[in-house]
Write a protein that binds this ligand. Structure first.
Ligand code: ZN
Length: 262
């Protein structure tokens, strides 16, 4: 259990780094070079101000220097990352699957918030995901084991990438033909599914696709009928895909068993 706590703390620190990535990648600012500053008064933050969760709690959610409120988003991203890392450790143990799932979690949390804020999924993140995904697949081939999540065969990840992004590309093309140039699904979503395919294999990728439409549909209905959102307003699809991918990764095998009895 001591190790679980350690993993959770590592997750908090990674989450703190993800906050930097979420803020800086769309702005094209280096994620390493400049020190973190207060978004309001631009004071360079001291190490004490950068302790995940705790500094937010101690400072009462306000900047130490100018008193400006700090977004609750920062501790939330840290906490979610810490909890998902802990869950990955508890579920997969100290395996390559755990390492892979942590890369996947960190990448997708970043995608979730950047897409939420800017309606884009940066190509750098997709490229990084494909490189790590391919590396894990190759590692598993060499080791002769494909037990990562649901990678059921040697080519499960590759098939997943092709099938996942292929289906979404098809939907994108068809919908843009129907609606005259305006596709319901962005190319970023199509590319993101190549990453998901590599990590989860084709079975869980299909489940992710299905779940993301269900989650997106439910949230869409709630937004339109409960919050009276404009029917034509564009909402980013990435957050639904990310949520569906996390559900698939942790409970997908059980879900498939429950749904199809295999
Ligand atoms: Zn400040």
């Amino acid at each position: 259990m001591i190790f679980g706590i350690y993993i959770f703390l590592v997750g908090l620190c990674i989450g703190s780094f993800l906050n930097v990535c979420i803020y800086r990648i769309p702005e094209d600012i280096s994620i390493v070079a400049p020190r973190s500053r207060c978004g309001s008064c631009e004071t360079v933050l001291k190490p004490l101000d950068l302790i995940p969760l705790l500094s937010y709690a101690f400072l009462g959610g306000k900047c130490r220097y100018c008193g400006e409120r700090i977004s609750l988003r920062y501790p939330l991203v840290e906490l979610v990352t810490g909890l998902l890392f802990l869950l990955a450790y508890l579920q997969f143990g100290m395996t390559i699957t755990m390492v892979g799932s942590m890369c996947f979690i960190a990448l997708l949390i970043t995608v979730f918030f950047i897409d939420f804020d800017h309606m884009i999924i940066p190509n750098e993140l997709v490229a990084l995901g494909i490189v790590i995904g391919l590396a894990i697949n190759v590692y598993l081939w060499i080791g002769g084991q494909y037990t990562m999540f649901f990678l059921s065969s040697k080519s499960s990840g590759i098939i997943g990438a092709l099938v996942g992004s292929g289906i979404l590309l098809l939907i994108s093309i068809i919908s843009s033909l129907i609606y005259g140039g305006q596709s319901a699904i962005g190319m970023g979503d199509v590319k993101l599914f190549a990453v998901i395919g590599l990590f989860l294999g084709w079975e869980l990728t299909l489940l992710t696709l299905w779940l993301s439409f269900i989650i997106g549909g439910i949230i869409g209905v709630v937004l339109i009928f409960v919050f009276k959102m404009d029917r034509k307003a564009a909402i980013p699809f990435g957050p639904f895909i990310v949520t569906a991918a996390f559900v698939s990764m942790f409970v997908g095998s059980k879900l498939i068993f429950m749904l199809f009895g295999i």
